[in-house]
Design a protein around this ligand. Structure first.
Ligand code: FBP
Length: 552
């Protein structure tokens, strides 16, 4: 067992918990169907686009006879998008389900995301290979990728691979975009008379793939616990040294679910919520002033320290920044060749002065130079600025420092201000999955097999009742079209699964809002500590405060 940590060896022995209905022999479980479903919006357009898969009923596993699970099958699995703790356990649950149905059945893993399907790049999974990855974090077992299956050629290549591999099903483990892809693939296979069924699994640390039917995406639990441990440690350091303000940016793309959950777990002085900033149309100046006010207030109590959480996507939600980003995206795309010839920041600045509207240039020129340059960095494949690369934590720390300096010059007492900045993202995406994620993911994978064996396609594997112990969880399938609507994407209307942002009238935000004024001024930190994998259930098996507040 060279190169294995003691925890890794111990985690191999962990037996993930399944909902009790799935603890029966697989041939003693059947799908019970509910009523036909409708999409969340744009029903007529979606019905037209998904002629074969639209409107299927929700389905739940109950006790009954299903001899079909014993048929020999061949299944492919794809991990898609950003890493999230528990991906390997989805594969483990799927693998064990397939083998429990029929030992001769086969699972192959397409390598490096959807491109593996397009290119027929795969690896066959056997016991030895699978066992090396049980209950481990990461997606390194088969790799992941962000290729989208979009063009007719990519659909044709995917069908060709499915045919060559004689696949009965493909399981796509991904976020909202990848599951939208799963829905489109399921439809394409059916429309072309192919036998390959497609099942999705809800993955993303961002927590924004959730709705009435999906209680949470996997990975959110572990990632938030990992970040909260680190935030708690920093809080304790801040309260020990009493000399630094820590500005911590947290991953999560546009949605602030991670920041909100970490705030509930650690009670920092300030946590910004992008969705609120947008709703209240808060400017960068207002946000800066609010933080400076809190710093000055705490200084009166001789507490020249604090912790501030910042969601990754914040700049996109600050109105003047949003306009600046939109204008920059357009201008830089329209004048790509000309812009790329500009070598120095000064040249670019002069060009922007001449080409941006006065208000956007004013916003741009007020930014610290290092940060302003990040707004001009490489665009993503869609021509958008990569907001995760903008150091919002440094931007805020600098703006606050400037503001406090002005206040001091005007004779106001602000105490001492010294700051550190941090960005937590990759630290949490590949952690050993918490017991919750290990169990949830294994159950999602096993459920995906059961859906395949029940003959459905275009469904999302669904495990619910997650705030209860695992034996009380339910398992079933949600038609993917049920979660879709039409949205404008890069100039065209496309069918997509709706992203869930933080709801300002939802219980998690209200809980935070009811405490934040106190946390801001009075040091109220809580220290969640490291994820516990072994020990009493109340320490090891609890999930997030978000899901508890939303579902209990
Ligand atoms: P998914 O939406 O694919 O799950 O990825 C989540 C995420 O971790 C975001 O929080 C972050 O903005 C992004 O991926 C970073 O992307 P990359 O891994 O390409 O750097």
């Amino acid at each position: 067992m060279a190169n294995l940590s003691a925890l890794q060896i111990a985690r191999y022995e962990y037996n993930p918990k399944l909902p009790s209905v799935l603890r029966n022999n697989p041939d003693e479980v059947v799908l019970e169907f509910g009523k036909a479903t409708e999409a969340v919006a744009d029903q007529a357009e979606l019905k037209e686009l998904f002629k074969n898969t639209y409107g299927k009923p929700e389905a739940l596993f109950v006790k009954g006879k299903n001899p079909d699970v014993k048929k020999e099958i061949r299944v492919g699995v794809i991990l898609s998008g950003g890493q999230a703790p528990g991906g390997h356990n989805v594969i483990a649950g799927l693998y064990d389900g397939i083998k429990a149905g029929n030992k001769k059945s086969t699972l192959i893993g397409f390598k490096n995301g959807p491109s593996g399907l397009i290119e027929n790049d795969f690896v066959e999974i056997d016991d030895k290979f699978m066992d090396a990855y049980r209950n481990t974090g990461g997606f390194d077992m088969i790799g992941s990728g962000r290729t989208k299956i979009e063009t007719p050629e990519q659909y044709a290549a995917s069908m060709a691979t499915a045919e060559k591999q004689n696949l009965d099903a493909i399981v796509i483990v991904g976020g909202d975009d990848s599951n939208t892809n799963a829905a489109l693939l399921a439809e394409t296979f059916l429309a072309n008379g192919k036998k390959t069924r497609v099942i999705g699994c809800p993955k993303t640390i961002d927590g924004d793939l959730k709705n009435e039917q999906i209680e949470t995406s996997f990975g959110f639990d572990t990632a938030c616990k990992t970040y909260s441990e680190l935030i708690g440690n920093i809080e304790r350091d801040a309260n020990s040294a009493k000399k630094y303000w820590h500005f911590i940016k947290l991953m999560g793309r546009s949605a602030s679910h991670i920041a909100l959950e970490c705030a509930l777990q650690t009670q920092p002085n300030i946590c910004l919520i992008s969705e609120e900033v947008e709703a209240k149309k808060m400017t960068l100046k207002q946000i800066t002033n609010d933080i400076a006010d809190a710093i000055a207030k705490r200084a009166e109590n001789k507490e020249n320290f604090g912790v501030i959480l910042i969601p990754e996507g914040l700049v996109e939600f600050i109105p003047e920044m949003k306009s600046l980003i939109a204008e920059l995206n357009d201008k830089m795309a329209q004048n790509e060749a000309e812009f790329n010839k500009l070598e120095t920041f000064a040249d670019k600045n002069a060009w922007l002065k001449a080409n941006l509207t006065a208000s956007s240039y004013e916003t741009f020129s007020a930014l610290p130079e290092g940060i302003a340059a990040q707004f001009l960095a490489d665009r993503d494949p869609h021509g958008n600025v990569q907001v995760s690369r903008i150091e919002t934590e440094k931007l805020l720390a600098t703006m606050v420092e400037r503001e406090l300096k002005v206040r001091k010059e005007n004779g106001k007492y602000c105490g001492k201000f010294s700051s550190y900045t941090h960005f937590f993202g990759y630290e949490g995406r590949c952690a050993f999955p918490s017991n919750f994620d290990a169990d949830y993911c294994y159950s999602l994978g096993y459920t995906a097999f059961m859906l395949i064996a029940s003959g459905v396609t275009g469904y999302l594997s669904s495990v619910r009742n997650l705030t209860k112990p695992a034996d009380k969880w339910t398992a079933g399938g949600i038609p993917l079209t049920m979660m879709m609507n039409m949205e404008q994407r890069h100039g065209t209307k496309k069918p997509v699964i709706r992203k869930a942002l933080v709801e300002l009238d939802g219980k998690p935000f209200k809980e935070f809002a009811s405490h934040r004024d106190e946390w801001k001024i009075k040091t109220s930190y809580t220290f969640p500590g490291a994820i516990q994998y072994f020990g009493p259930s109340e320490v090891c098996d609890q999930t997030t405060k978000t899901i508890k507040l939303e579902r209990e």
